[in-house]
Design a protein around this ligand. Structure first.
Ligand SMILES: [Zn+2]
Length: 430
């Protein structure tokens, strides 16, 4: 049913979403202690007639979630079927409960991700993502694959050797993976003298990091993967625990389709106004059809753009660009503002950089200090290569960070602190 609505036209989709929004507001007013108190405090009229009326409702921030975590819960704890937490990349993690119906919703969402990437129920999917450690993403893909009728191979994150053995053994034709990790797996396979052609898959659904530039072409990370597996198609996705929804690009690979029945996305400026269409703004989400912890106008901190024009696939939903950066991680450096993402993108394209961490600090002038720590491939690295990298920095991001060479072990120690679930790419000491 939702498939046919998404293929009608913008007006019908808006009409459908407005009904979803009204239902969500009524639900929050009835069951959410946090939003009940917010509506009362700001005297909110919930009889909303258009999406423009949403502007009267104050946004929810990460701090609101942290300070009032369980006040967002709309069901008794006994109804929770699964507890997860946010990654806590920016501050302390927030708990998210899901009911049985929320788990089904998650499964439906990812089944649709598989459908729009032209997967088939007969596919075998190797899940190279964390399935435990309170993560939602791995679970979501598992549920989605099962819902869609695929076979799953749950290898989880890490263990390049086991990943390759599983690819040879079960011959998965689809992989769900963090792209920079998949690159490490393929480099490991090359070192082991495995035949990359033999383990090549049809599709990789990439999570956690974008593999595309704004114009839809593959970014450096995507290109490096493509150079190892030229016949594979790589898909970008965008999701978070707070969204409880994945936004996946279709087979046309130009922007993630925002599922009309699951989530509403606004792109806001600093003052909370909608940015002009096609301009970057903070992704602010309202979830639909969640029972345990629905969110209303939640500011994610991620900066994206809406893509202009229709998608060739015929799906008329709004499409979202890759994440340009995180609001909190914006760097002001020597008169330029930039996001760490543009530094990652540049370094991902340099083959002799084995691993890196971007370090931000404040100097005595109260401006940002930027440096990168990296480990290098000794066989490929030399003074000329270093100068080439400095030139890349100057031409592409107009700044030249301090470069500190470290051993692979030193980088790993900093990159995998015991407190963090995800590898650290940015050390923000500001
Ligand atoms: Zn499309």
């Amino acid at each position: 049913m939702i498939h046919s609505i998404e293929h009608t036209n913008r007006e019908q989709i808006e009409h459908f979403k407005l009904a979803k929004l009204k239902a969500s507001l009524l639900y929050l007013e009835s069951f959410s202690p946090y939003y009940q108190s917010l509506f009362r405090k700001h005297n909110i009229n919930l009889d909303i007639q258009s999406f423009e009326n949403l502007g009267q409702i104050p946004c929810t921030t990460k701090t609101d979630l942290q300070n009032n975590n369980l006040d967002f819960l709309c069901v008794p704890k006994s109804e929770i079927a699964e507890w997860t937490t946010t990654s806590g990349t920016l501050g302390s993690p927030v708990s998210f409960g899901l009911t049985q119906n929320d788990l089904k919703r998650l499964g439906r969402n990812e089944a649709r991700s598989l459908m729009i990437t032209d997967c088939r129920p007969s596919d075998t999917i190797q899940l190279m993502v964390t399935l435990d450690k309170r993560f939602m993403a791995g679970l979501a893909y598992y549920l989605g694959a099962q819902n869609f009728g695929c076979a799953t191979v749950r290898v989880g994150s890490g263990s390049p050797g086991l990943q390759i053995d599983s690819l040879i053994r079960f011959k998965a034709n689809v992989i769900v993976a963090v792209p920079s990790f998949l690159l490490k797996v393929l480099e490991f396979a090359e070192k082991q003298k495995n035949d990359l052609e033999e383990i090549q898959v049809e599709k990789v659904i990439c999570i956690g990091e974008p593999v595309r530039n704004l114009d839809g072409t593959l970014n450096n990370l995507g290109e490096r993967l493509k150079s190892k597996w030229p016949k594979t198609k790589f898909f970008s996705t965008y999701a978070s625990t707070e969204m409880s929804t994945a936004i996946t690009e279709c087979n046309a690979c130009h922007g993630g389709h925002i599922p009309a029945d699951l989530i509403h996305v606004e792109l806001l400026d600093e003052e909370g106004n909608n940015v002009p269409h096609g301009e970057p703004g903070e992704v602010t989400i309202t979830t639909f059809d969640l029972e345990a912890m629905p969110l209303l106008r939640y500011r994610t901190g991620d900066i994206c753009k809406f893509l202009i024009g229709d998608c060739p696939c015929g799906n008329k939903t709004q499409r979202l660009s890759p994440v340009l950066g995180r609001k909190k991680q914006m760097i002001k450096y020597k008169g330029t503002t930039l996001f760490p993402e543009s530094i990652y993108e540049l370094m991902n394209g340099v083959e002799w950089i084995k691993d890196y961490i971007v370090v931000l600090d404040t100097n005595e002038l109260d401006t940002d200090d930027l440096s990168v720590m990296m480990s290098v491939d000794e066989e490929l690295y030399n003074q000329n290569e270093l100068e080439y990298l400095e030139e890349l920095f100057r031409t592409h991001i107009r700044v030249k960070p301090k470069i500190e060479l470290k051993s692979a072990i030193e980088i790993r120690k900093i990159k995998f602190p015991s407190s963090s679930r995800k590898p650290l790419k940015l050390l923000d000491k500001r």
